[in-house]
Design a binder for this molecule. Structure first.
Ligand code: SAH
Length: 256
């Protein structure tokens, strides 16, 4: 087989630049690594050549799977959809790390899924759209700061490593890309109800231009005196992770 025909519906933009591929592969620590969307294996080849890495890859596109079987017969490859993959079955216990030049069309969904395994994923790295990378890595007060920034930064330190231009992909995507690395921080628990924290962050950012007095009214219950507290006059994009935790505890206290 020559090469895989790129399919737009699968977010396929194959990386051509081996220098970028090598640098992404080098962000992977030793140990068990799951690669999402290997495509034609541009990252995979570097990961396989590292004897300290125990690699598994999951690829949805059967044409890519066939290509990978041919070129990398030693690769432990799962054909399927990462979003449907049972990670507890693949890794019944212990830590694993995640890497990829990810399918951009589902990058947010990938990160929401990884959050459910945060205590077992010490490092997650790879390439995504530049815009999403900026969102993940930016802090309060920044226009890009949003739901995923808060939910991920609660548990991970996020580094923006490099910007990658369109022309090093075939076919070139419409957007620039960026390489990021997320490392699990030392936080063991949030100090508030985690489900409520997620609901608070989502509700607040769903109306990001409004004071939280409005957007959180439903969670607090209309007319709840707690909404008079100063913090509710602020906008979500100004709040740090710690302040969202504080906010969650305020709301929790009036729910009991
Ligand atoms: N890593 C390769 C390919 C990047 S394109 C490279 O750098 O060249 C994104 C890849 O993700 C494609 O191969 C696409 O088929 C695959 N993909 C898309 N959706 C997927 C899903 N839900 N689960 C697993 N792989 C997926």
């Amino acid at each position: 087989m020559q090469t895989v025909r790129a399919k737009k519906s699968l977010g396929q933009h194959f990386l051509k630049d081996l220098g970028v591929a090598r640098r992404i592969a080098e962000t992977a620590p030793a140990g068990r690594i799951l690669e999402i969307g290997p495509g034609m294996g541009v990252l995979t080849q570097f990961l396989l050549s590292n004897p300290q890495i125990h690699l598994t890859a999951i690829e949805l596109d059967s044409e890519s799977v066939q290509y990978l079987h041919e070129w990398y017969p030693e690769l432990h490859l799962i054909e399927g959809d990462f979003l449907k993959l049972d990670l507890n079955q693949l890794y019944p216990e212990g830590d694993f790390c995640v890497i990829g030049n990810y399918p951009y069309n589902i990058s947010s969904q990938i990160f929401f899924k990884l959050l459910d395994y945060k205590d077992r994923i010490p490092v997650c790295s790879g390439m995504i759209q530049k815009e999403v990378a900026e969102r993940l890595a930016s802090g309060p007060g920044n226009k890009a700061y949003g739901i995923l920034s808060v939910l991920l930064q609660a548990w991970y330190d996020i580094e923006y490593l490099e910007t990658v231009p369109e022309h090093v992909f075939a076919p070139p995507p419409k957007v620039k890309s960026a390489v990021i690395r997320m490392k699990r921080n030392n936080r063991k628990s949030l100090g508030c109800d985690e489900q409520l924290f997620k609901s608070v962050v989502k509700a607040a950012f769903n109306q990001r231009r409004k004071q939280m007095r409005n957007s959180l009214q439903q969670l607090a219950g209309k007319g709840n005196p707690i909404l008079e507290e100063n913090i509710f006059t602020r906008r979500p994009e100004q709040l740090s992770v710690e302040e969202f935790i504080h906010l969650t505890n305020l709301l929790q206290s009036c729910q009991n």
